[in-house]
Design a protein around this ligand. Structure first.
Ligand SMILES: [Zn+2]
Ligand SMILES: [Zn+2]
Length: 636
């Protein structure tokens, strides 16, 4: 049966179930959804059980959308919305998504905008036919979030076509061939950086992550020139576990060389990933490095993104179903769980995980309906990789800042824009608020502000405590007055030459470029200054060299080698990591429900992957392995 036959049959079934008085103009696949278009959305909505009956009978997720012909023109619709919603609701923004017939209304007081028992919402729906959604206005506007919304609005026709194509491909049906499941390691095994795996069955081919190793110029890309990966057009889907470049840095390149399918990730991952990919292009251009793609390819990724909140299951190929779960690592980071065949096999890819409640996130999920195999990170899987608690880490940072302030020095903290910086911000805010350190200006340089704005746009992805602090007490520590945004080279220059002590959080986290280098070059020779590492420093990076306190550091600056004398204090505060330490990795596995029968270890230096694989095998009697890049492992 062809996809067109499937659709015709679905249309006939829908027509039979829906009462004749309700119009049905079209039935079409959009990704995994079966979308029913109607010219009488109001009548459809009144019949409350209809969608449930359709979903049950057709065994599909159903979405009902107004036929585009009945949608009021957005300009007129906006005026009507502003007339219906009282000004006390304080609308800050209204944006239309024509591809799904939805209008999102951002208001400072969402309760007022919704009206008693949703009365205003219903009135809006009746008068403009768009489906209204009311959300709380984020306290600081993120340019990335705004640009992405604008792009999706402009490209709504193209986006609709993409979803339609994905849907048709997805419903092509399963073959009757011999079943198999295998995973090929394309990058990020026995190393950190360039994470990439391909999961292949007799019916489908899915890529999980496609990262870049920014610390390695000669082998930065995964092994993509393999028959397993090529041609990229043949891949069914790309899944991005989280926004760090070692997991998503080369996704736009796949589009440049022929990939045209969906990218699955959480909504915050889409936004953060865009921010980091655009920055990667900027930093590489500034360092005169070769760049494998353009901003046009980054935009292509956005229009191909199908976002999924945690816990929502969706079909991504005829025989694979995907669910993303919280990984506790950075905003929107996920463990991807894949259910293959009708109960044939279940495998989860951990991405990077933190199995501890952090200042920002809940611990990684390790309970699944079913699980036979796990592919897990081992960044801190080595024998001695034990880290202090969050509390001890805070004490340590407090002491370092106190001493530095006494010496009237500067404190420079190289950070990833995403994750660690917001965590350090929360700690600094609480130290200042509780008067444990003197009130000090904390400058945020290089995208940290923007990444923070994205965090405030997705408070539902933060941990319970922070969420209640923000929503119930109306206190968002990320918005404290101690934080100041560095808005350009002039301000940076001023901070560098200012005699007063201060704290600077700047990217990049491993000192492989970015504004942190400017501060470092200027402050490294003075011994009253301090540099504090709070995150993982990969082998071969400038960060690692500084951390080892080499006396002289040679840097590439605009194509030339510069030698910098290192006299500043070098400190490392462990315990802020977004990765699980050895104890947490072992208890993540030990407490897993159900316990998988096979585990592959990756995302760690060779000795660490091997060490933890041996330990887990001995301790828990699980079949373990630390595959090398280019190896293929068969599961079924
Ligand atoms: Zn990561
Ligand atoms: Zn990683």
């Amino acid at each position: 049966m062809t996809v067109d036959d499937v659709l015709r049959e679905a249309h006939a079934k829908v027509r039979r179930i829906v009462p004749a008085s309700i119009d049905i103009s079209d039935v079409e696949f959009e990704g995994a959804l079966l979308v029913v278009y109607t010219k009488t959305p109001d009548k459809f909505a009144k019949n409350k059980d209809l969608v449930r009956t359709l979903a049950k009978t057709l065994q599909k997720r159903i979405a009902v959308r107004p036929d585009p012909s009945v949608l009021t023109d957005p300009d007129v619709a906006e005026k009507k919305i502003r007339k219906i919603i009282p000004s006390e609701a304080e609308i800050s923004n209204i944006f239309f998504a024509p591809d799904v017939g939805e209008v999102t209304i951002e208001a400072l007081k969402p309760g007022v905008a919704i009206g008693k028992e949703g009365s205003l919402l219903n009135e809006i729906k009746r008068s403009i036919n768009w489906a209204p959604r009311i959300i709380r206005a984020p306290p600081i506007q993120s340019k990335t979030v705004r640009d992405i919304r604008e792009l999706l609005r402009q490209e709504s026709e193209q986006r609709k076509e993409i979803l339609r194509r994905v849907g048709r491909r997805l419903h092509r049906g399963m073959s009757d061939g011999e079943k198999f499941v295998r995973v090929t390691a394309l990058g990020g095994f026995r190393q950190v950086g360039r994470s990439c795996s391909i999961l292949q069955t007799d019916d489908s081919k899915v890529m999980i992550d496609c990262g870049v190793d920014t610390s390695n110029d000669s082998a930065s890309s995964p092994y993509l020139h393999l028959p397993e990966a090529l041609p990229f057009e043949k891949l069914d889907a790309i899944i991005v576990t989280h926004a760090h470049l070692d997991h998503c840095g080369l996704v736009p390149m796949l589009f440049r060389y022929g990939y045209d399918g969906p990218v699955y990730c959480t909504p915050p991952t889409r936004d953060m990933m865009t921010l980091l990919q655009m920055d990667y292009l900027k930093v590489a251009a500034a360092d005169a490095k070769k760049i494998p793609y353009s901003s046009e390819d980054v935009r292509n990724v956005i229009t191909h993104c199908i976002t999924l909140p945690y816990g929502e299951t969706t079909d991504i190929t005829p025989d694979i179903r995907l669910t993303l779960h919280n990984a506790g690592h950075i905003l929107g980071s996920s463990i991807c769980h894949l259910h293959i065949g009708e109960g044939l096999y279940n495998i989860a890819f951990s991405g990077d995980i933190k199995y501890e409640r952090t200042w920002l996130f809940n611990p990684a999920v390790n309970s699944f309906p079913r699980l036979e195999a796990l592919v897990v990170e081992s960044t801190y899987g080595g024998r001695d990789d034990y880290q202090p608690s969050r509390k001890d880490a805070t004490e340590h940072l407090k002491e370092i800042i106190r001493v530095a302030m006494k010496k009237k020095g500067k404190v420079l903290v190289p950070v990833f824009a995403v994750g660690r910086s917001q965590e350090v911000m929360i700690v600094l805010e609480s130290l200042v608020r509780n008067r444990e350190i003197p009130p000090v200006s904390v400058y945020l340089d290089g995208m940290i502000w923007e990444a923070t704005a994205i965090h405030t746009a997705y408070p539902e992805y933060l941990n319970n405590k922070l969420r209640s602090q923000i929503f119930q007490q109306g206190e968002n520590p990320l918005l404290s007055e101690i934080f100041k945004r560095v808005d350009g080279p002039d301000m940076r220059e001023k901070i560098i030459n200012d005699p007063d002590p201060c704290v600077v959080l700047a990217t990049s986290g491993m000192m492989s470029g970015g504004p942190v280098m400017e501060y470092f070059k200027n402050w490294a020779k003075e011994d009253q200054n301090t540099i504090v590492f709070v995150g993982y420093q990969a082998e071969g990076t400038t960060g690692r060299k500084v951390q080892r306190e080499s006396r002289s550091i040679s840097l590439m600056s605009a194509g030339e080698v510069v030698n910098i004398d290192l006299n500043m204090n070098v400190e490392t505060v462990d315990g802020f990591s977004g990765h699980s330490d050895r104890r947490q990795l072992l208890s993540f596995i030990n407490n897993m429900h159900p316990r998988p029968s096979r585990i592959l270890f990756g995302h760690g230096e060779e000795s660490k992957c091997l060490d933890i694989a041996t330990t887990v095998h001995r301790r828990y009697n699980i079949n373990t392995m630390a595959p090398m890049n280019l190896e293929t492992i068969r599961f079924v």
